[in-house]
Design a protein around this ligand. Structure first.
Ligand code: ZN
Length: 243
């Protein structure tokens, strides 16, 4: 264990363009339940009803009920964990090139991270489908208590800032993430099982471009074979030891 940490320290010492790629496992320690698997959020709420773009456009009340009862209280309660703060510390040391996240909770920014690419959008904002006006999560929650579905001041319908099922990922974020993967010298996977596209492709891009690949995840991933170093434990613990 300690031997692996010193190996990681060596890799980090010679890297100054690190991409940290975070997934659901990274936020799990902040009390945000994972989506997939037993006990995951999607075993309670079928995402093809509660978070599907086509259903949402027909009848958004499923989503907004889910937002009000499940998403909002969890996000409001969640606090960044040691892993989030460790990444902020690495950024202060000039080590971090980009943080790419599959998470939608905004906890990296709350911890103070300045450069975050959100592949699946953010649950902290919503925007009006008619005029484009954006609302914070608290403003949205207030509007939601007045009427369901919540309406913009212009009368238009609001849409969550997250990518819903059936929606493409935001192209700008995807392009930035691919570029970062290509230009980094260390690609650090933190709490992602790398099974959902495009998560699976980015470590490959990094590795092909000559970067080191370190994977920190409780479960095995499809990219383990090409990793330089693998930790089967919590990302926050490994990062805390690292810094
Ligand atoms: Zn509007």
């Amino acid at each position: 264990m300690d031997k692996k940490i010193s190996e990681l320290k060596k890799i980090v010492a010679t890297s100054d363009q690190i991409v940290a790629f975070t997934g659901a496992g990274f936020s799990a320690e902040s009390g945000i339940s994972t989506f997939r698997g037993t006990g995951g959020l999607w075993s309670k709420y079928d995402p093809n009803i509660y978070a599907n773009i086509n259903i949402f456009m027909q009848d958004s009340t499923y989503y907004w009920n889910f937002f009000r009862d499940e998403r909002y209280p969890v996000i409001k309660k969640a606090k960044p964990n040691d892993g989030h703060y460790a990444l902020v510390e690495l950024e202060k040391r000039g080590k971090i090139y980009r943080v790419i996240t599959q998470n939608i909770d905004g906890l990296h920014q709350e911890a103070g991270q300045s450069d975050v690419i959100e592949l699946h959008g953010s649950t902290r904002k919503t925007n009006c489908l008619s005029c484009g006006k954006t609302y914070t999560i608290d403003e949205t929650y207030k509007l939601l208590q007045k009427e369901l579905p919540p309406k913009c001041s212009c009368g238009g319908n609001l849409k969550p800032g997250t990518v819903l099922f059936g929606e493409p990922l935001p192209q700008v974020a995807l392009d930035m993430a691919s570029l970062a993967s290509k230009n980094c010298d260390l690609f650090l996977v933190l709490g992602s099982s790398l099974v959902v596209y495009p998560a699976a492709s980015m470590p490959m891009i990094a590795k092909k471009s000559g970067a080191a690949l370190v994977i920190v995840n409780i479960d095995p991933t499809p990219m383990d074979d090409i990793a330089d170093l693998i930790f089967r434990e919590s990302a926050s613990k490994v990062l805390s030891k690292l810094i």
